[in-house]
Design a protein around this ligand. Structure first.
Ligand SMILES: [Zn+2]
Length: 947
């Protein structure tokens, strides 16, 4: 047992011995407990059974019986199993009904099963459930398995003061009072037989906002938004606009013929007409409008009949419910998506990144109705199957409004981000493959590998077989596995059948191996033969197989025209690609659009890269050339302390800052300079990397102060949306990014006039992003009144949970000399609540990622150790995420090895592995991934027990 790194392995998920048919559930909800009566109907398969094991975690059992058979039962509490023994064997193909009467007790910090969410003032305790992945067994004895799909009848009896009593399905008995102070409502969920992890129940006090959703053919259902009682109606209406767009977009722009060029114009026309129809519906209804409306409707129905649309909703209500305290940003319970309250609607206090998250999470969770709820992966090992395609579709939606270039670049930045980026995670000590060998808690699978790497794999499959084929393959898969479970092989086979291309081997490598290909590219041009050759060589880690991937590249002339573009399927450790009859290129545009998940090494000259930054028609190509040039510059400064940024770099950055067209398209994010370098020797000197970045920005500010100020003014003038549509907001967000990049450049000057400018933005800002950007810049400055500004902003932020989250995050990531003390101060604040996941993530999460402070200063490490010790018993999931900061100990300078190992070793000694398996085993994994540092530690402190 000692050497096992995981609690669960694939063999723990065998075939069930019964088919689950139906659950009839009665929830009698009280403030401190809920009594649950359940009738679980199952049918034996081809073999008889003598016993049945039900999952049952931390429940009080009052009675267990079976309608058809005599039984005895035993509650194995430590295994979380309710074992039911039949006195006589139950024959094959026989239905039995197990009746249980149990009690569950909600808590404030176990955010699984039934738990207390934020209660509005004066209301009875708000209670919601979270069943992803094994929360249902904390509510009722059940077969808590993804393949145990069944129908439900659910009765809720609860305090009459609750405004909403909700569960999955459609209402069959309307809410009514059964005795003073107690109400009852009954739902039926039989359209979509549902896996247990999709169950939802909520009793709470909400403000409900509604919107009728009308398909082009006139069929309707209701969109509902449940948010805190005092929420502003205008924000809620905007949230419903976005949700409406998302549902309509899925209908019109996904599905088997979404890439059919001929039909595209019809879809776009429907999209526009729907928008017009919606406007007319809510305008004053004069007779002419009504008539026009009818005309519009018949035109829509006509057009609708000519397309094969994407997913169409099957229920009567689709609801989004705000959850204040949750480990997740959103969860797709059938018919009842829960979304973290701070990101469910466009609050005025919301920053732009949160706004974009809101846009994406809405379409993401909605799309799960098809991918996840109708077609479900077979076991937690196949969570990727539910998530990867869903994220892929979410990205298309994001691109629809923000533009392809912006969307793709934001994803590439997410891959490259040095602390919590996907490459960093995937190459660190805590990395797991998309389909891991095992896990300790299904939440271990909710990582960037599942949500970023797996979608990149899906994207590579799409690139290889073509978008059109991919869309049809997906449709084939959905049709074949509707209302059942699918495996990884099923998905791959659907794509193979549609495309006629082999994908199994390629998939195996991507799904089962950690890390990614690092591809060295060299090239050769033969003038006489007019022949160009690429030589590719993958660096393959020991005992790994080479990856197979699509490689998109172009030869480009000095004016930016493509001489040739290729898309090749590369397999094997080395590959040679030839382009015949072509002119000599001025530069190469490699891995266009980031065609494969991995890194590329090509020793291009400075001149080539500078030309590519300016001329490549591929925005990702331009960015990667910029990234490489900046990387070289940073490395040079690190290797030569005391040297200054080069003129060449300053000119390049200045030119890009003034490329309005580029920034309007790709957003200010194009100018991102990470606190990182690719060279591993210097990649983990966090303070030095921060200083180098500051010196680069300062050099620009020094030389081009006035230009940067005028760029700031230019982007400021365009940073207010002209209307409330999503596309207009998207445009403004890109401007704001550029504007705040200008501000951060100027801030490095740290002079009184710039302080005044930052303070002016802080005080007059009309949106949260501008305010927070200014606040962060001010905190990192030497402005004499920064403590007063901090106090005032703190007092203001405390009043609103959205603002508080953003404020805590700014504090956790601050770079000032008193950073650690500031974090300590905030956790002492009466507004900071350690059991709130938002508070944990915002303050502790951002501090953990602030590695120059949290890992590489003595006071930072002391604080980090305290945080981990405090948080592990409160929230394992967040703690595991904080621990990822330790993923690269061995690559840091040796002076950090022993102190960092000590934090982990001490914690390991204190933790109960049974109670906190995820934290415990994550620490072991991190230590095993740092053999050098552990060896040094052992010499000084002795062996670490339990490793
Ligand atoms: Zn999801």
């Amino acid at each position: 047992m000692k050497n096992r790194l995981y609690k669960y392995y694939p063999e723990d998920f065998g075939e069930l011995t019964v088919d689950v048919l139906h659950m009839d559930l009665v929830f009698d909800v009280y403030d401190d407990r809920t009594n649950v009566k359940s009738v679980l109907r199952v049918r034996t398969k081809d073999a008889p059974i003598e016993k049945l094991e039900l999952n049952c975690r931390d429940l009080e059992i009052r009675a267990v019986s079976c309608i058809q058979y005599e039984i005895s039962y035993r509650y194995r509490k430590d295994d979380a199993i309710l074992e039911i023994n039949f006195r006589e064997e139950v024959p094959p193909h026989t239905e039995v009904a197990i009746v249980t009467d149990t009690v569950c007790r909600p808590t404030k910090h176990i955010l699984e099963g039934l738990y207390y969410d934020e209660t509005p003032a004066g209301a009875p305790p708000q209670q919601i459930t979270q069943c992803q992945q094994w929360g249902f067994q904390r509510i009722v004895p059940c077969i808590d398995d993804m393949t145990a799909k069944c129908t439900y009848t659910t009765t809720i009896i609860a305090d009459s003061r609750y405004t909403n009593l909700i569960t999955n399905g459609d209402v069959v008995v309307e809410r009514h009072t059964i005795k003073p102070g107690r109400d009852k409502i009954v739902y039926d969920n039989s359209v979509t037989p549902m896996a247990t992890y999709l169950f939802f129940l909520g009793v709470g006090t909400y403000a409900t906002f509604k919107r009728e959703f009308e398909y082009p053919d006139g069929r309707t259902f209701m969109l509902e938004l449940l948010v805190p009682p005092a929420s502003e109606a205008s924000a809620a209406e905007k949230a419903l606009d976005i949700l409406h767009d998302a549902v309509m977009w899925v209908y019109l722009f996904t599905g088997p013929e979404q890439f059919d060029e001929e039909k595209l114009s019809v879809r776009k026309e429907i999209w526009e007409l729907v928008r017009r129809r919606e406007k007319m519906k809510y305008e004053t209804k004069s007779e002419t409008t009504l008539e026009e409306l009818e005309k519009l409707r018949s035109r829509l129905a006509e057009l609708d009949a000519t397309i094969t649309p994407g997913y169409r909703y099957t229920g009567t209500v689709y609801r989004e419910i705000g959850m204040q305290n949750s480990d997740f940003g959103g969860m797709e319970n059938v018919g009842n998506t829960t979304i973290t309250t701070n990101k469910i609607m466009p609050f005025p206090q919301m920053v732009d990144s949160a706004y974009e998250y809101m846009v994406k999470v809405k379409v993401h969770e909605y799309y799960h109705n098809q991918n996840g709820s109708e077609v479900t992966g077979k076991s937690p090992f196949e969570i990727w199957l539910n998530e990867a395609v869903t994220v892929h579709v979410e990205e298309q939606f994001h691109a629809f409004f923000f533009g392809e270039d912006y969307q793709r670049l934001s994803r590439v930045l997410e891959l490259l981000e040095p602390v919590s980026g996907t490459f960093a995670l995937d190459s660190g000590a805590a990395s797991m493959p998309i389909i891991p060998e095992g896990f300790n808690d299904p939440n271990d699978l909710i990582t960037a590998v599942t949500y970023v790497k797996a979608p990149e794999y899906v994207r590579m499959v799409e690139t290889l077989i073509g978008k059109d084929t991919f869309a049809r393959g997906l449709d084939r898969y959905f049709k074949k596995f509707k209302h059942s479970n699918a495996s990884t092989q099923d998905w791959i086979e659907a794509m193979e059948e549609e495309s006629g291309q082999p994908l199994k081997e390629m998939s195996e490598t991507w799904l089962r191996q950690t890390k990614f290909p690092v591809v060295e590219v060299s090239a050769e041009y033969n003038r006489a033969e007019r022949r160009f050759k690429f030589f590719l060589k993958q660096r393959v880690p020991a005992d790994a197989k080479p990856w197979e991937f699509p490689f998109r590249a172009a030869l480009v002339d000095e004016n930016g025209n493509d001489l040739a573009e290729i898309l090749e399927r590369v397999s094997g450790e080395t590959a040679e690609l030839t382009i015949e009859n072509v002119d000599m290129p001025a530069f190469l545009s490699l891995n266009r659009g980031y065609s494969f998940y991995g890194k590329l090494i090509y020793r291009a000259s400075q001149e080539e890269l500078l030309m590519q930054v300016r001329k490549d028609r591929d925005t990702i190509g331009r960015f990667m050339a910029f990234y490489t040039l900046v990387d070289r510059e940073k490395l040079r400064l690190l290797k030569n302390p005391g040297s200054s940024p080069s003129e060449e770099f300053i000119e390049l950055y200045y030119r890009l800052l003034n490329d309005r067209q580029l920034l309007e398209k790709a957003g200010g994010q194009f100018l991102t300079i990470f606190e990182s370098v690719e060279d591993e020797e210097f990649a983990h000197r966090y303070q030095a990397l921060y200083d180098v970045k500051q010196s680069l920005l300062k050099a620009i500010a020094w030389k081009y102060k006035n230009s940067v100020i005028s760029a700031y003014r230019y982007f400021e003038s365009g940073s207010t949306p002209m209307d409330s549509t999503l596309e207009e907001t998207a445009r403004a967000i890109k401007y704001r990014q550029a504007k705040n990049i200008c501000l951060s450049i100027l801030a490095t000057l740290d002079t009184p006039d710039i302080h005044a400018m930052i303070k002016q933005q802080f005080e007059t800002a009309t949106c949260a992003t501008d305010r927070l950007s200014a606040f962060s810049a001010y905190m990192d400055s030497s402005a004499p009144d920064k403590v007063e500004v901090l106090r005032a902003f703190e007092a203001e932020s405390k009043k609103n949970l959205v603002a508080w989250e953003a404020f805590l995050s700014a504090i956790g990531s601050n770079s000032s000399i008193d950073a650690v003390e500031l974090v300590r101060e905030m956790e002492r604040s009466d507004a900071f609540r350690i059991e709130q996941a938002n508070d944990q993530r915002a303050l502790y999460g951002s501090f953990a990622r602030n590695r120059k402070k949290s890992l590489q200063t003595k006071e930072g490490r002391a604080l980090f150790a305290e945080i981990l010790r405090k948080l592990a018993p409160v929230n394992e999931y967040t703690t595991v995420n904080l621990l990822n900061a330790f993923a690269h100990i061995d690559m840091m300078e040796t002076k950090y090895h022993i102190p960092l190992v000590k934090i982990l070793a001490d914690l390991l000694g204190e933790l109960d592995p049974q109670k906190y398996p995820s934290v415990y085993n994550r620490i072991r994994k991190l230590l095993l991934g740092a053999p050098k540092a552990v060896k040094a530690y052992n010499i000084e402190h002795g062996e670490i027990p339990d490793l």
